[in-house]
Design a protein around this ligand. Sequence first.
Ligand SMILES: [Zn+2]
Length: 109
Amino acid sequence: MSCPRCGSREVMLTPVGEYVCKKCGHRWAMPSVDYTWIELDVKKAKLFEKYIDSPIESCEELLSLLLKELDEESARYLAAKILLQRAERRRMTPAELKKLYDNAESCFK
Ligand SMILES: [Zn+2]
């Protein structure tokens, strides 16, 4: 971190979350960190755990539940991920797999 006014690296952080330049005395606010994407990732991971073992087979149904918590793009992606992950957890015949993959693909339509 360096002072945006004079470029000095002698900068200190005040207890109120402000930076103060020791050289020119310029003060500026600490850039706020955007945690939204982290929250979204945590939310997705929780939803994934919640629905991975659920008996819901239909993408439509799964999607309608996920859409209550996520935006559409994330919901579709997660629904497909859950359905495909289930396929890997179970021992399925190629025909069953095909059906499941088709179902998962329909999540994106
Ligand atoms: Zn300065």
